[in-house]
Design a protein around this ligand. Structure first.
Ligand code: NAD
Length: 325
C-alpha cells in the first residue's frame, strides 16, 4: 500500500518521506519548483533513489493533479498532506498565495480523496497558530472557540473545518496535527532557529520581537515524525472506533522563553548573540505551549529530544550545509 506525501521536498515532508522509506514503504512524494531551490533539491538529493520512492513535480491546488496522484500509483492507503505556504510572516506578505495554497490546496486534496475508490485516510498539517492570543495555556484541543492572530492561523483553522466537513458530508477519514514550532536539520530558513544561528555564526545582530518576551514550545523534527507515523498507523483503529476526524497537538510540551532559547543557541553555536529588540509584530502570538495529553493517549506520542540536544544537532547540520554553499 502506498502513502502519498504532499510537500515532500519541504522540511517536515522530507523527514516524513525518509522515515516511511526507511521502514520499507511505497511512497509517492509531490512538491513544486524544486529545481530552483537549493534547499528543496538538497533534501530530495538526500533521499536518493530508494526502492519504493517516486517523486512528482506538481501543484496540489490543481484537483486534476491530486486525482492523478491517487490514481496512477497503485492503491493509496494514506495521504499525508503537508504542502502549504507556511509561516505567519509569509501570510502577511503574500495573503492571496497563502490562502490559495492552504485553503484551495486542502479542498483539492479532500475532494480528490472523496472521489477516490480507495478511500485513503488523510493525515494533514494544522498548526499551533490556530490558537490566538486569548487562548489559555497550555493550549488544548478541547478549546472550541478560536481567534487566530494571523491569516496563516486562519487558513489552518479553515483546513480543520474543511476536514470536518468532508468527514460529516462524505465520510472522509482524517487526522489533523497541530505542529508546534518544529526545528531540526534541513529546517526552514525563515524560522528563528535558522535565522538566529546563521546570524550568530556570522557575527550579525538578530532581531528579537516583542522585546524578547515571546515564549515558544519548540518541537524537534524526529518527535514530529514519530507523531506523523503514529497518526498514519492509528488510522485504521480510528476507523474501527467510528472516529472520522480527530485533531491532535504535537508539541514539545514545554514553554521556553525566547531569551532562554537564545542562550541555548549560544551554547550550541559557541557564538554570542547580538540582540536588537523590536516591538511585537502583527500576527504573532505571545506564547505557545502544547497540552499533549490527547496525542499521548491515542498516538503514544512522547517527545524525546531536549532543546539542548536538538539545537546541537541542528547547528552541526547547519554548519555543514553552509560550508557546502
Ligand atoms: P516547508 O515550506 O518546508 O514545506 C512545505 C512544502 O510545500 C514546500 O516544499 C513547498 O514547495 C510545498 N508546496 C507549497 N505549495 C505547493 C503546491 N501548490 N503544490 C505542491 N507543493 C507545494 O514547510 P514545513 O515547515 O515543512 O511545513 C509543513 C506543513 O506543516 C505545512 O502545512 C505547515 O503549515 C505545517 N506547520 C509547520 C510548522 C513548523 O514549525 N515547521 C508548524 C506548524 C505547522
Amino acid at each position: 500500500m502506498t502513502v502519498v506525501v504532499t510537500g515532500a521536498a519541504g522540511f517536515i515532508g522530507y523527514h516524513v518521506c525518509r522515515a516511511l522509506l526507511d521502514r520499507g514503504g511505497d511512497v509517492v512524494g509531490v512538491d513544486q519548483d524544486v529545481a530552483g531551490s537549493r534547499l528543496k533539491s538538497g533534501r530530495l538529493g538526500e533521499l536518493g533513489e530508494p526502492k519504493g520512492w517516486r517523486f512528482i513535480d506538481g501543484d496540489i491546488t490543481q484537483l486534476a493533479t491530486v486525482e492523478r496522484l491517487l490514481a496512477d500509483f497503485g492503491e493509496v492507503a494514506t495521504v499525508v498532506h503537508l504542502a502549504a505556504q507556511p509561516g505567519v510572516r509569509l501570510s502577511l506578505e503574500r495573503p492571496i498565495e497563502t490562502t490559495t495554497t492552504n485553503v484551495v490546496g486542502q479542498v483539492a486534496v479532500f475532494e480528490a480523496v472523496r472521489r477516490s475508490p480507495a478511500s485513503p485516510h488523510v493525515v494533514y498539517a494544522s498548526s499551533s497558530s490556530v490558537y490566538g492570543n486569548d487562548s489559555p495555556l497550555p493550549l488544548s484541543e478541547r478549546q472550541e472557540r478560536h481567534r487566530p492572530a494571523s491569516l496563516y492561523g486562519l487558513t489552518k483553522l479553515a483546513d480543520e473545518l474543511i476536514a470536518a466537513h468532508y468527514a460529516d458530508a462524505w465520510g472522509v477519514q482524517s487526522t489533523g496535527l497541530r505542529f508546534f514550532t518544529v526545528y531540526g536539520p534541513w529546517g526552514r530558513p525563515d524560522m528563528a532557529p535558522w535565522l538566529f544561528a546563521s546570524a550568530m555564526l556570522a557575527g550579525r545582530p538578530i532581531r528579537v520581537f516583542n522585546h524578547g518576551r515571546h515564549e515558544r514550545d519548540f518541537t524537534y523534527i524526529d518527535d514530529i515524525v514519530a507523531g506523523v507515523l503514529a497518526a498514519i498507523d492509528r488510522a485504521s483503529a480510528h476507523e474501527a472506533g467510528g472516529v472520522r476526524h480527530a485533531i491532535y497537538n504535537l508539541g514539545g510540551s514545554r514553554r521556553v522563553p525566547l531569551l532562554a532559547f537564545i542562550a541555548e543557541l549560544e551554547r550550541a553555536t559557541g557564538a554570542k548573540a547580538l540582540i536588537e529588540f523590536a516591538p511585537m509584530q502583527t500576527g504573532d502570538v505571545r506564547a505557545t505551549e502544547a497540552d499533549i495529553e490527547r496525542a499521548r493517549r491515542d498516538l503514544g506520542f512522547q517527545p524525546k529530544v531536549s532543546l539542548a540536544e536538538g539545537l546541537a544537532r541542528f547547528v552541526a547540520w547547519l554548519g555543514e550545509y553552509e560550508r557546502r554553499a
